[in-house]
Design a protein around this ligand. Structure first.
Ligand code: UGA
Length: 430
C-alpha cells in the first residue's frame, strides 16, 4: 500500500520505517528541512536500536522516501498518518497546533480518497476536530475518512514493540477505513480492537496513565518499605505473581520520566477536568512521582552530610536505558537539586550526554564509569543501563574518593557490593 507519515519523531519515523519493512511504499514527511536532508543521507536524528539498519535497508529497496512537502509527499498515498508532536502547554493541556496545521495542509492537497489517521497521542475529540478542519479546507469536496490508531511503542524497544504489539487499536467511523487499516496491519498477526474514534483516543490516555499509576503506586509502597524495614523487590515479586496485577511496571526507583508519561498524565488530568471530572487520583500519581526524586536527594544528603563542594559521580542521564532521550528525565531534576546544594557533578551516560547538554550545565562529562568514580565522594545510579551491570567495582573502589553507592534504580545486589567494601543505599530494598 502507498502510505505517508507526517512527522519524523520517534513514533512517526518508527511507524514509517516499520510499514516499509512490511512491504509498503512509505513517504516520511517533515517540515524540518535539516532533518529530512539528514534522513536522505541516512543520518538518523534519534538513537533507537535497529532503526538505522531498517532505514538503510528500506531506502535501498526503494520502499522508503523522505519529503518536506505535504503536497508531494501525500500525492499517491491511500493512508496518511499524522504523527507530529503534541507538546504540553503550561497548564498541562496538549498543544494541538501542529496537528491542526497538518490537517489543514492535507485538506488543501487532497486529490483522491484518503484515510487520515491520527497516531500522535491526542485528547479525546481531536479526531472530530481533524475531520472538521479537513472539511472546511477541502474546497473540492474530495472524499476522505478520519481514524484514530494510537501507538503503544516504547523508546528503546520501539521496533520490536511495533512489530510485535499486544494489540492494535483502531478507532473508525466507516467500514472502508476499518478495511484499510486492518489490511495494513494484517502482517503483524496481532489482535485488533475496533472501536469508535473517541474510545480509541481514550484507550491511549488511559493505558499510559494506568502504567504511570502502577509506577507511582510501587514507589509509594517503597517509601513504606523504608519506614517499616520491608523489601520492595520481594513485595513487587509477591504482588506481581498475581496475574491480575502482573510484575511489569512495578520497579521502584526515582520515578517515571520521558516524553510520554508526565505529559500524558497531565493531559488526561486536564481533559477530565475540562469534561467535568476531577481526576484527583492522577494528580496524586504526579505528586508521588515528583516527591520520589526529592526523597532520593535527601537520602544522599543524609549520608554525605554537607553537599557543598562534594563531588557526586552520576551514572546514567537518559530517562531510561536504550535511549538518548533526556526529555523529563528524572536525572535533570535530581542533578539540579544536588547542584543547588553546591555539589560538583561528574557524569557519564552511554548515549545521552550530547542531549543532556541542552538541559544541564556545569557538569564534567566523562568517558566512562571509571572516570566518573575517580576522586568522587559517591556514585549515584540514575539510569539502569545494562552495561552498568558489567562495571568492575573492584576497580571503582580503588578510584573513588569515598566508597558509597546510591542506586536509584535498584540495579545491584547489596551483598555483592557491600562485600567489596562499599556502603550501598537504594530504594525501599533491604
Ligand atoms: C511509554 C509507554 O510504555 C508506551 O506504551 C507508549 O507508547 C509511550 O509511552 C508513548 O506514549 O509514546 P516510554 O515513555 O518510551 O513508553 O517508556 P517506558 O518504558 O514506559 O518508561 C517510562 C518511564 O517509567 C521511564 O522513566 C522508566 O524508567 C519508568 N519506569 C518504568 C519505572 O520507573 N518503573 C517501572 O517499573 C517501569
Amino acid at each position: 500500500m502507498e502510505i505517508s507519515v507526517i512527522g519524523t519523531g520517534y513514533v512517526g519515523l518508527v511507524t514509517g520505517v516499520c510499514f516499509a519493512e512490511l512491504g509498503n511504499q512509505v513517504t516520511c514527511i517533515d517540515n524540518d528541512v535539516k532533518k529530512i536532508s539528514a534522513l536522505k543521507k541516512m543520518i538518523i536524528p534519534i538513537y533507537e536500536p535497529g532503526l538505522e539498519e531498517l532505514v538503510k535497508n528500506n531506502v535501498k529497496k526503494k520502499r522508503l522516501k523522505f519529503n518536506t512537502s505535504i503536497k508531494d509527499g501525500i500525492k499517491d498515498s491511500k493512508v496518511v498518518f499524522i504523527a507530529v508532536g503534541t507538546p504540553s502547554r503550561p497548564n498541562g493541556e496538549a498543544d494541538l497546533t501542529y496537528v491542526e496545521n497538518v490537517a489543514r495542509g492535507i485538506a488543501k492537497h487532497l486529490s483522491g480518497y484518503k484515510l487520515i489517521v491520527e497516531k500522535s497521542t491526542v485528547p479525546v475529540e481531536t479526531g472530530k476536530w481533524i475531520e472538521h478542519t479537513i472539511k472546511i479546507n477541502n474546497k473540492k469536496k474530495v472524499p476522505f475518512d478520519v481514524a484514530s490508531n494510537p501507538e503503544f511503542l516504547r523508546e528503546g524497544s520501539a521496533i520490536s514493540d511495533f512489530m510485535h504489539p499486544d494489540r492494535i487499536v483502531i478507532g473508525v467511523q466507516s467500514k472502508r477505513a476499518e478495511g484499510l487499516l486492518t489490511e495494513l496491519y494484517r502482517p503483524l498477526k496481532a489482535p485488533i480492537v475496533v472501536t469508535d474514534i473517541n474510545s480509541a483516543e481514550l484507550i491511549k490516555h488511559a493505558s499510559n496513565s494506568f502504567l504511570a499509576t502502577k509506577i507511582s503506586f510501587i514507589n509509594a509502597v517503597s517509601q513504606v518499605c523504608e519506614l517499616v524495614g520491608a523489601d520492595i523487590s520481594k513485595v513487587a515479586e509477591g504482588m506481581g505473581m498475581d496475574k491480575r496485577i502482573g510484575r511489569q511496571f512495578l520497579d521502584a526507583g526515582i520515578g517515571f520520566g520521558g516524553s510520554c508519561f508526565p505529559k500524558d498524565v497531565d493531559a488526561f488530568i486536564h481533559l477530565s477536568e475540562k469534561s467535568g471530572y476531577d481526576f484527583s487520583l492522577l494528580r496524586e500519581v504526579r505528586r508521588v512521582n515528583e516527591r520520589q526524586k526529592g526523597y532520593f536527594v535527601k537520602l544522599i544528603e543524609k549520608k554525605l552530610w554537607i553537599l557543598k563542594d562534594k563531588t557526586i559521580g552520576i551514572l546514567g542521564l537518559a530517562f531510561k536505558p536504550g535511549t538518548d532521550d533526556m526529555r523529563n528525565a528524572p536525572a535533570i531534576d535530581i542533578i539540579k537539586m544536588l547542584q543547588q546544594e553546591g555539589a560538583r557533578i561528574k557524569a557519564f551516560d552511554p548515549q545521552a550526554m550530547e542531549k543532556a547538554k541542552e538541559f544541564l550545565t556545569e557538569i564534567k562529562f566523562c568517558k566512562d564509569a571509571y572516570e566518573v568514580a575517580r576522586d568522587s565522594d559517591c556514585l549515584v545510579i540514575l539510569t539502569d543501563w545494562n552495561e552498568f551491570k558489567e562495571i568492575d567495582f573492584k576497580r571503582i573502589k580503588k578510584l573513588i574518593g569515598q566508597p558509597i553507592i546510591f542506586d536509584g534504580r535498584n540495579m545491584y545486589n547489596r551483598a555483592a557490593i557491600e562485600k567489596l567494601g562499599f556502603q550501598y543505599f537504594c530504594i525501599g530494598r533491604k
